[in-house]
Write a protein that binds this ligand. Structure first.
Ligand SMILES: Cc1cc2nc3c(=O)[nH]c(=O)nc-3n(C[C@H](O)[C@H](O)[C@H](O)COP(=O)(O)O)c2cc1C
Ligand SMILES: Nc1ccn([C@@H]2O[C@H](COP(=O)(O)OP(=O)(O)O)[C@@H](O)[C@H]2O)c(=O)n1
Ligand SMILES: [Mg+2]
Length: 235
């Protein structure tokens, strides 16, 4: 029991790792003393020493004790732990920058072509997206984790497409977001948009993408191929 607790790395240890990184611990060895560290942490020497021990047992830190202190270096695992923190903060503060969604190419009901071609939408695509889309929507069936992550897209800046009507019927509104498509081979296409029609036969697990070009040709895509759709503006 006690050994598990001794080696457990939690937020307190990560805070120490961050301090050491700020001292240069990612670039190589840095020399510290427990009392110095204790001062910085506003904690006792014993607490500082225990946190270092836990970081060492968790393979996040390497230590070499000398008479007047110790040399420490952050390991690759330590850097990974810090990067995970960094990613979390990036998500918090750059929530309006980009959301990566993953899935596979699928064929739908062949209705996208009809709707995209309608003049009431075409006019708006040209005005608001700046191009005339290829007639159709590239359908991407999202992985479960991406279906969940999709909600984060609502924090991005949308391009609204308004509903309209002709003599026969009304047509629903839709919301677009700028998007880049990347294939498993690393080929990518910038300048596409996701489109989410308010009225649709699809559930949240289907992502539809429009672009000036036929993406199946541009990226050599077939049903079942894996793609990552980065939604939002690249900074
Ligand atoms: C711009 C746009 C507008 C749409 N408007 C409507 C609509 O008014 N009513 C409707 O039932 N479906 C509408 N749809 C949804 C399509 O019927 C269909 O659910 C969706 O685009 C998927 O087609 P696909 O599987 O053939 O690719 C619209 C789709 C697009 C792309
Ligand atoms: N920008 C686009 C739009 C559609 N497409 C494809 O063009 C075809 C017609 O689109 P659609 O939406 O009418 O058809 P489905 O998605 O229902 O199969 C489909 O094979 C789409 O995958 C594409 O390759 N690139
Ligand atoms: Mg489609």
């Amino acid at each position: 029991m006690s050994t598990i607790t001794e080696s457990a790395v939690g937020p307190d240890e990560i805070a120490v790792l961050k301090l050491l990184a700020l001292e240069g611990g990612l670039a190589g060895d840095v020399k510290i003393s427990c009392s110095q560290l204790a001062d910085r942490l506003d904690a006792s020497n014993q607490t500082a020493s225990r946190r270092l021990q836990r970081l060492e047992s968790g393979d996040l830190l390497e230590r070499d004790t000398v008479s007047d202190g110790q040399w420490v270096a952050i390991t690759d695992d330590g850097e990974r732990a810090l990067r995970a923190e960094y990613e979390d903060y990036r998500r918090v503060f750059e929530a309006d920058s980009e959301v990566d969604l993953e899935g596979t190419i699928t064929s739908g009901m062949g209705e996208g072509r009809h709707y995209i071609s309608l003049s009431g939408y075409q006019r708006q695509f040209e005005d608001r997206l700046g191009y005339e889309p290829f007639p159709g929507t590239l359908n991407v069936e999202l992985r479960d984790d991406s279906v969940r992550r999709r909600s984060a897209v609502s924090s991005l800046e949308p391009v609204p497409i308004d509903g309209w009507e002709d003599e026969d019927r009304t047509y629903g509104p839709a919301v677009c977001y700028p998007a880049t498509i990347e294939t498993a081979d690393g080929e990518s296409y910038e300048g596409a948009h996701t489109i989410a029609p308010e009225r649709t036969h699809h559930d949240e697990d289907q992502l539809e993408v429009i672009a000036p070009d036929r993406l199946r040709d541009e990226l050599g895509l077939e049903d079942g191929d894996h793609v990552t759709v980065s939604v939002g503006d690249r900074r």
